[in-house]
Design a protein around this ligand. Structure first.
Ligand code: CU
Length: 664
């Protein structure tokens, strides 16, 4: 059942505050200096004058049962926002789900920002650190997630490691090996598996003329020794037998594992895949990934196929495999091998076979492999690096965004420029940068050139593409996971046409790792998440996940009325073809309409949103209020799928978006 959450109406906090202060004054208690300063500050940020210049932040007050550790979020074609935690980087939740099958600890919340209605969605798997993408159908695909939490070296008791399992027999059937399957080393030491795995049979390749080769069936699993003593440690790769096998299976099925160590155990990926249906508002299971993935990026190609790239596999190692999802068959097939760090920022280009890797990533991967930005042809699997990027050792948890068209342009021109913003050194490195660099992907020889410096060196900045051709930036911290409370509360708007930054209102809540932002259908910006390592300045108490959600209303919304746009078609989305005209109607002041932008609903995690981009359309109005929007013809500019169509006026105020579905 939907429940109503309470939101602060504009102006309401101000009124409440004044009442409180009046009561204090009437009680004739002298006001302390900090209380007075706070009162003055609140007065200032709640004044219309201030809002008109800097905008306004509101912190949503959701009831306790709807609070969650939001790590993934998606704007849906319905205008609602899906907030996903899975086990939410919480080991107790992980254990409750994986050991005791308590599905309730896994959380997904659906929020309607226009009514503030909230609804908990049944979450069938641990989506924590999955990859996801808004597909052309409007469904959100979620692939992979968590099968094991990190264990630091000091907490590892039992020797453990990765185990490959092989099947040499092409005539056997697929076999499931349950969690707890025992593997016996040549010296009789027993190790048990930590999850269920499926082992395919071997397969025969008949090349004719009696030339038959057999490829053994293969899977892998993480195993732990049954005992804790040193006799279970081994540095060797050895052959293991599986307990409980019978008949020919004993000859054909075996393990190959090692070394078995007490080293730090990384998070481990999973292989389930679901599609979230925004109409039925439920998850639907589809074909598994071929490789387990944790921290994978899922770029949607112009064709509508989805790639899964990078991630830690089910034994906690970074994978170089990729795979491709067919949205009609709902299954994955292997793609080209490509070593990239986890959550790589990959963007579509004018060539449907080529993705651009900006250099941004989040989390894991060797320091010297796959870190260079460049163009990746996913058909030929060639990679062409690009030059000019500065601070190349400070790219982790940087932000990357496709910049919007030239400010206010109404000529149908597009931007294919990518901006890379801030970032930190690898892992817990103290390195951090205020660099922004920009590359035009459509240039003859694309290379990065310097953009405007940030106000401070920062990692984890949230970047949101807006319909008024600027990029809204908020959050971030100077240090790894906001150590020493090194938050930035500044927010600002980047105008890529003038390469200038304009300060916006300070954000009430600090944001860092596991945070993100999304553009709402009404042009406001929703911000979620944050996962500091510590709570205090001196790094002595463990951090608390930031569950508060905020909505930012941009300053120009306080300076004038929104264009009131209506569709000629009744309720629901407009279906349109590329190159066609969309007919709308404006209620008032048709002469104020200046430009139109199409921005897809998108998904984001770990300050990585590769789907948001602003497409320019040509808008014409007449004195009767008829509004005609001409859509771009080029499929690489406007691929199939869902878009929020904003009509923007002469004060940069966008209408509420009309949902448009582009189809062949
Ligand atoms: Cu994470």
């Amino acid at each position: 059942m939907p429940n109503h959450a309470r939101s602060h109406k504009r102006g309401q906090p101000f009124v409440l505050l004044v009442t409180t202060v009046m009561a204090l004054l009437l009680a004739s208690a002298p006001m302390s200096v900090p209380a007075l300063a706070e009162w003055q500050h609140n007065n200032k940020i709640n004044s219309l004058e201030y809002k008109q210049q800097f905008g306004y932040w509101e912190v949503l007050d959701l009831p306790e049962e709807f609070k969650l550790n939001t790590i993934h979020a998606a704007a849906l074609p319905t205008g609602k926002i899906l907030l996903v935690a899975g086990s939410g980087n919480n080991r107790d939740n992980f254990n409750a789900y994986h050991n005791d099958n308590q599905i309730k600890v896994l959380k997904t919340l659906l929020l309607d920002p226009s009514t503030m209605e909230t609804k908990l969605i049944e979450t069938p798997a641990d989506f924590f650190c999955a990859g996801h993408a808004l597909m052309h159908s409007g469904n959100l695909i979620i692939a992979g997630g968590t099968s094991g939490y990190e264990v630091l070296e000091e907490n590892v008791k039992k020797p453990a490691g990765g185990m490959s399992i092989y099947n040499e027999n092409p005539d056997s059937s697929e076999r499931t090996f349950k969690k707890g399957t025992e593997f016996v080393s040549p010296t009789g030491k027993v190790y048990v598996s930590t999850e269920d795995v499926i082992l395919p049979p071997a397969h025969k390749i008949d090349r004719g003329n009696g030339d038959v080769t057999i490829h053994r069936g293969e899977t892998k699993v993480f195993v732990e020794a049954v005992g804790e003593d040193d006799s279970y440690l081994t540095t060797k790769l050895e052959q293991y037998s599986l307990k409980g096998l019978e008949g020919t299976d004993q000859q054909n099925i075996y393990g190959q594992g090692g070394p078995m160590t007490r080293e730090k155990q990384d998070f481990r990926g999973d292989d389930f895949t679901y599609e979230f249906d925004p109409i039925k508002e439920q998850y639907v299971r589809v074909g598994n990934l071929k490789e387990s993935r944790w921290y994978a990026t899922l770029p949607v190609l112009t064709s509508g196929d989805v790639l899964a790239v990078s991630g830690l596999d089910n034994i906690g190692e970074i994978t170089t495999t990729t795979e491709r999802y067919d949205p009609d068959k709902k299954t994955w097939e292997w793609g080209p091998d490509r070593p990239l760090p986890t959550y790589p920022a990959l963007f579509r280009t004018a060539n449907p076979d080529v993705l651009f890797f900006s250099g941004s990533s989040a989390g894991y991967g060797p320091e010297d492999v796959g870190r260079k930005p460049g163009f990746w042809n996913v058909v030929t699997n060639s990679f062409t690096p690009v030059e000019g990027l500065r601070d190349t050792a400070i790219l982790e948890t940087s932000g990357s965004v496709v910049l919007p068209p030239t400010k206010g342009s109404n000529d149908g021109s597009q931007s294919n420029r990518v901006m890379l913003v801030g970032g930190g050194g690898i892992g817990e490195s103290p390195l951090v940068t205020d660099r922004t660099d920009i590359i035009d992907l459509n240039a003859k020889n694309p290379h990065y050139t310097p953009g405007p410096d940030l106000p401070d060196p920062l990692r984890y900045i949230n970047l949101t593409v807006t319909p008024w051709d600027e990029v809204f930036a908020n959050g971030g911290s100077k240090q790894y996971r906001a150590k020493n409370n090194s938050y930035s509360f500044k927010s600002f708007s980047i105008n890529p046409t003038t390469n200038s930054l304009t300060p916006m209102a300070d954000e009430p809540v600090g944001r860092n790792y596991h945070s993100g932002s999304l553009l709402l259908k009404d042009g406001r910006i929703l911000v979620f998440g944050g996962d500091p390592l510590y709570n205090d300045k001196d790094n002595t108490t463990p951090g608390k996940f930031e569950q508060r959600i905020e909505i930012f209303t941009p300053p120009q919304f306080f300076r004038g009325e929104k264009p009131q746009i209506h569709s000629h078609q009744s309720e629901g989305a407009i279906k349109a073809k590329r190159g066609s005209e969309v007919k709308l109607h404006i209620h008032d002041k048709p002469e104020s309409v200046r430009y139109a932008r199409l921005i897809p609903p998108s998904s984001t995690t770990h300050v990585t949103n590769i789907e948001q981009r602003s497409v320019g359309a040509i808008v014409k109005t007449d004195k009767y209020g008829n509004v005609t929007v001409t859509l771009p013809k080029d499929e690489n500019v406007l691929p199939n799928g869902w878009y929020m169509l904003f009509i923007v006026n002469d004060q940069d105020i966008p209408s509420d978006a009309v949902m448009v579905e582009i189809a062949r």
